[in-house]
Design a protein around this ligand. Sequence first.
Ligand code: SAM
Length: 287
Amino acid sequence: MPNSSRKVGSLFVVATPIGNLADMTYRAVETLRAADIVAAEDTRHSRKLLKEYSISTTMVAYHEHNERKQTKYLIGKLLGGADVALITDAGTPLISDPGYRLVSAAHDQKVPVVPIPGCCAAIAALSVAAIPSDRFVFEGFLPGKSAARLARLRELDQEQRTLIFYESAHRIKDTLIDFAKIFSLDRTITLAREITKQFETITKGTLSQILQRVTDEPNQQKGEFVLIVEGYHPDKKIDADTLRILDILAEFLTPSQAAEATAKITGKSKNLVYQTGLTRKSEKSSD
Ligand code: SAM
């Protein structure tokens, strides 16, 4: 049968577990079994999952280093009538994971794209964080280098929606240290570590408490992490002690220096202290 008369296949974007293999959905199993090809980020890693559920579908590798070539190959297969299921090592494809190029090309070629929803570490963490979840921003991974990370955090300091970050074991402590340079130390944070795995730990506290725990307990630096950070509250007023320190320092230092020193002493956000300092200065000069 010539290709042109064949029905076009569908691209299934399938979520897989983020640690506990039992979190696979029935529909995900059925979809992977019925597909003609499973496109997996790491075929060796996913073989374990497919074996667990007796899925014998042919796998091909689809990852960030072969995305361009494999997109062409897989779109060819889809247009030829094959059903393709896209999976990554953990959770939902395209969420800090490969797949964008393939899904985008499928839309361009009018290939039906079908989500098979399931695990996502960000959403699992948010669901247990007890930090407002009505409006949130997913930031994924912060830049690896501290200067770029601090610049990004500065941009986010006054974001009022809840912030969600992904982090790995080798950077969790440095990232929390950088949080403490930008955000006020009394911001509420929930650290979700090793979700659904043996050493799952969900800790809610102030930024200073979370940093203290991660620093004191090396085990808390191991594994995979989601950080849920309370948004900035413009109406969060500075307490009387902080105001007193700011007023004294403002007599001897520039507004920026006074704010920086006050923030260091009290753990409040430098931005918040600085804005308060400017308001007080203009109030005083208009008296
Ligand atoms: N696509 C995945 C999802 O839907 O969540 C995310 C993949 S991303 C490459 C991997 C990052 O997700 C990890 O570094 C960590 O920040 C987070 N993550 C994945 N599994 C996790 C788990 N079981 N516990 C905590 N964080 C996890």
